[in-house]
Design a protein around this ligand. Structure first.
Ligand SMILES: NC(=O)c1ccc[n+]([C@@H]2O[C@H](COP(=O)([O-])OP(=O)(O)OC[C@H]3O[C@@H](n4cnc5c(N)ncnc54)[C@H](O)[C@@H]3O)[C@@H](O)[C@H]2O)c1
Ligand SMILES: O=C(O)C(=O)C[C@@H](O)[C@H](O)[C@H](O)COP(=O)(O)O
Ligand SMILES: [Zn+2]
Length: 351
């Protein structure tokens, strides 16, 4: 078993990573939760594959309710949030009970925000089932829903009590969503870990699966280390947003239908690096390295044909903006990233 701990002034929680951990989920939860009432929030795909198993692994000791939502980004909405609130309240939950976010990043962000806000905070744990959720969204406490005006515009920082990661759950993930998660894995390589980037490049598909537990561990280690330094996203944590300014704008522009989160971030990472390379802030050839990597994982890199004004409309709400200024995440080279503060009027050079 690989174990990490997220150490924060108000929160301290474990991340456990192990193939087969899902089978022992009941025992692990009993170590951290004494009460007997549990709400599981999941989506329809995950429920069909693992719904009966999670209930069986939790055992008969808990009084359980399972809430199932439609899969996909469109569920990260105020209306689905309202549905979850109602369903949880119908179960007469208290702050002494527990909510489990069992699914990909959509379920994790949405359930985490419901847990953060209902009764002003109910404990929750993350049992991430997609690659993206196992390496990124289940850690660090960013929980949110989208608004018509943009991504994650209503949210909070609310940490889980524990994160239980079982890489075996990834065997049922569609290839498209496995690669979607790989985009955020590539992000970690770009911002902090040249060795990870090189390893990803050298792995065959088979080797990647052989090394998946280690890859997950390395990503979780980078994320938790950054979050420990800057929990509330005022400095270093912004690096985790590499490729996201444009990525979020692209996702929103296409109403979350054309690109997954990882795919949009992939385009954003390549585009911003190409621009910063042209402006002399990034080592020559870096954008091409990223492009080759994205192609390897069947991810898009070319900017779709969107009117720049539309992009600007979408990025006014980027959470890295401060007044007239925007914080852009750039890389000097693979593994070395920095934040460049620019005036809003100069944004055209970066998109
Ligand atoms: N909070 C954060 O720090 C953070 C970080 C990165 C991304 N995110 C958010 O995460 C979301 C994307 O997450 P995602 O890529 O996991 O998308 P997702 O939750 O939509 O899951 C992708 C698809 O995979 C299916 N699925 C999940 N686990 C499965 C399994 N084991 N087997 C078969 N199918 C499975 C889902 O049903 C869904 O259809 C976005 O909303 C993004 O903004 C949040
Ligand atoms: O944890 C973070 O910090 C991140 O930026 C991780 C991102 O991968 C993730 O997509 C996050 O949800 C983006 O948050 P936002 O603050 O840009 O909405
Ligand atoms: Zn992301």
């Amino acid at each position: 078993m690989r174990r990490l701990n997220v150490n924060l002034p108000q929160n301290d929680y474990p991340i456990l990573i192990k193939k087969g951990l899902f089978n022992n989920i009941g025992e692990e939860i009993e170590k951290i939760h004494e009460n007997k009432k549990i709400v599981i929030v999941t989506d329809d795909n995950v429920e069909k594959l693992y719904g009966e198993r999670i209930k069986a692994h939790l055992g008969n000791d808990f009084k359980m309710k399972m809430i199932v939502i439609e899969p996909g980004e469109k569920s990260k909405s105020i209306s689905v949030l309202q549905y979850i609130y109602d369903e949880i309240l119908d179960f007469e939950i208290t702050r002494g009970d527990l909510i489990i976010a069992f699914g990909g990043g959509v379920v994790g962000d949405l359930t985490g925000f419901a847990a953060a806000t209902l009764l002003r905070g109910i404990p929750f744990i993350q049992v991430p089932t997609s690659l993206l959720a196992q390496i990124d969204s289940s850690i660090g406490g960013k929980v949110a829903v989208n608004l018509p005006k943009g991504k994650n515009l209503v949210g909070s920082f609310y940490h889980p009590k524990a994160v239980f990661i079982d890489p075996e759950l990834l065997h049922t993930l569609d290839k498209r969503f496995f690669y979607d998660g790989m985009a955020e894995v590539v992000k970690y390589g770009c911002i902090k870990d040249e060795k990870l980037f090189k390893d990803l490049f050298s792995y065959s598909e088979e080797e990647l699966f052989e090394h998946i537990e280690e890859v997950i561990y390395r990503c979780c280690y980078i994320k938790k280390s950054i979050v420990e330094k800057d929990e509330l996203d005022t400095g270093e944590r912004m690096l985790l947003n590499f490729g996201h300014t444009l990525g979020h704008a692209i996702e929103k522009y296409y109403k979350y239908e054309r690109y997954t989160h990882g795919e949009a971030v992939a385009i954003g990472m390549y585009r911003i690096t190409k621009k910063s390379e042209a402006m002399g802030m990034t080592e020559k050839g870096t954008a091409n390295l990223i492009k080759d990597m994205l192609c390897k994982y069947d991810l898009p890199y070319e900017m779709p044909d969107i009117d720049k004004e539309k992009i600007i409309e979408a990025i006014v709400f980027d959470k890295k903006n401060k007044g007239e200024y925007m914080n852009m995440v750039l890389i000097n080279k693979i593994g070395k990233s920095f934040i460049k503060k620019i005036h809003r009027k100069n944004i055209f050079s970066y998109i």
